[in-house]
Design a protein around this ligand. Structure first.
Ligand SMILES: [Ca+2]
Ligand SMILES: [Ca+2]
Length: 345
């Protein structure tokens, strides 16, 4: 029988949902769990192959760099620097500080074409014996549909306030990404998840790389285009095809997975722009090097994450745009949060 509290609880959850909050920014390790969680399109015909062949500037740029003996790096794309626009003057989430649009000056840099995969992260762990923070803490955040109804009932006191579809679950870490009894079989080429910002920094350092700054990530996302919503342009589904892994259907139940993926997809599933980058938007959120609040000297400051995830939908979490941004404390981890690395030239 529905109690008054449950009705209020559901109402608040739904209100939170339609207000555009997927709860992705609430998955901070220090955040208390809750017992009763109160709380134009521009017509743009885009053909990736065509775009690649017709983008003479980009091709010429590569030619110039080749003359300067700039080595190509396997699995990375060279992103031209310069004075480039980031941010937007048409923010969707004002509180996220997506605006104003501004010019940043960047040097040329490399960025991984793909999110870091489980196979890559496994090599790092094997070589270094590294222990992730989720393993050290003994838990991580898992989305509700990865738990059985019985597990959800057992763990209802460990839901996240204001985002009750997230559970803090003991024993979850990158080796068990999709549930207590899960493993990495078949997920080798999926992005590593349940990794904290500090884990990501450690991996990139081991690989001779670093995390991208937010500006670098966003410039890479934009693929050489100006003022577009997505890496490929302004239209979400050019040619009526899915260009990213997000959520279709009703949230938080009823994912119709029209894009072919209920949870993560392989890191090379969606090529998204002229820079030959995959899954910049969608699939998993990606840590960047930047502090959310400049000058934050707290023990576990919030770091900027970009790109949205497979849990995002326009109705409640329209954050799979290049200008969108969110944050978590740097010791936090979740099943929809990963990273890719960058490297200076
Ligand atoms: Ca999907
Ligand atoms: Ca991504």
């Amino acid at each position: 029988m529905l109690t008054k509290e449950v009705v209020i609880f559901v109402f608040v959850a739904l209100t939170s949902c339609v207000n555009g909050d997927c709860g992705c920014n609430k998955l901070d390790r220090a955040a208390p769990a809750t017992e009763a969680a109160a709380q134009t399109d521009e017509q743009q015909q885009v053909c990736q192959q065509q775009a690649r062949n017709q983008n003479k500037y980009y091709r010429d740029y590569y030619a110039e760099l080749e003359q300067e003996s700039e080595a190509e790096i396997e699995g990375m794309s060279l992103i031209p620097g310069g004075s480039l626009h980031v941010g937007t003057n048409e923010p969707h989430f004002h509180a996220d500080h997506e605006s104003p649009e501004r010019l940043v000056k960047l040097q040329d840099f490399y960025i991984d074409k793909y999110e870091v995969s489980n196979a890559q992260f496994a090599k790092f762990v094997k070589a270094t014996n590294y222990t992730t923070e989720a393993e050290a803490f003994g838990d991580s955040f898992l989305f509700k549909t990865l738990l059985t109804p019985a597990q959800q009932a057992d763990l209802e006191d460990y839901r996240v306030a204001n985002a009750i579809w997230w559970y803090k679950v003991s024993g979850i870490n990158w080796r068990k990404p999709n549930g207590i009894d899960s493993n990495l079989n078949g997920l080798e080429q999926h992005p590593v998840v349940h990794v904290s910002w500090r884990d990501a920094v450690a991996y990139c350092k081991w690989a001779g790389k670093r995390l991208p700054s937010e500006s670098e990530w966003e410039v890479a996302c934009r693929g050489g285009k100006q003022r577009k919503l997505f890496p490929w342009g302004n239209k979400l589904m050019p040619k009526d095809k899915h260009w990213l892994n997000i959520w279709q259907g009703e949230f938080p139940d009823g994912n119709t997975k029209d894009d072919g993926h209920q949870f993560t997809c392989p890191v090379d599933a969606f090529r998204q722009n002229n820079y030959d980058l995959y899954n910049m938007v969608g699939n998993v959120w990606e840590w960047t090097a930047d502090l959310w609040k400049l000058g934050d000297t707290s023990d576990a400051p919030n770091r900027v994450k970009k790109g949205g995830s497979y849990l995002c939908h326009k109705s409640y979490c329209y954050r799979y745009r290049c200008a969108a941004r969110s944050q978590n404390t740097e010791d936090s981890s979740a099943g929809n949060l990963g990273f890719r690395c960058a490297k200076s030239t």
